[in-house]
Design a protein. Sequence first.
Length: 273
Amino acid sequence: MSDPEDVLAESLEALYDYVPVALSSSGSTYTYQSEAAPSGITLTIPDTQAANWSLHATSIWSSSIYVANHLRELNIGGHIENVRAEGRPLRILELGAGAGLPSILIAKTSMDALVTTSDYPDENLIHTLEENVKLNEVSDRCRVVPYGWGSDPSPLFSRPGSETAVDGFDIVLAADTLWNSEWHGIFIETLRLTLRRSPDARVYLVAGLHTGRYVIQSFLRQMQEAGFAAQELSERRVDGSEERPWSIDRAEQEDDRERRRWVIWMVFKWADC
């Protein structure tokens, strides 16, 4: 059965061309289905303790769904081939995972990938994320690690049953994590601490344009200053019908209704590798 809030969101979009930036709410159930996951992925939407409501982790955000719908563009198969010569699986980290949709989908569809899915160490949030991983039967390839951005990343690198810690992740992924510019510094520091120092390592970020063009432009500038090079920056309609290059010049030419229709797709690599 569809969540009543999701039905309302679909109705608003159909009747008024008003695109929701998030679906469902804490405690409700969201089911994702696609060709990649025909049997579906069932998620409980997490809640957080009152002190952490500002995390906005109690919904499925449109950027997360966009990543799931366009998983092939992460080129996971190509990344797996890059590490095959090392005799190890691909290592993927998702930051700010919330309910865990991209992480769980990757774990379901990529047998040669090990996924670490993380979010802020809020007891309620992490418990729900762990339950979602178990419910979708991917615990053998997807582990949950509570992690606060900018803190010691060693818990992300250690793996149960392994005597050696990893030296970084081949892919770091995040969806809709840029809306608070005050957190850009610790988020970028986390990317620096966790992305493997390799010419093939990539950061994939997707941000709803509701984040704001000036906020995103500020983040892009800080990424460059931190030693990252943008491999791809594009604006994409949420429904997949249109794509165009990123431009700050559109900032004064669009309203909130228009911004809700777009996400920003970003791919970064190390500038000096």
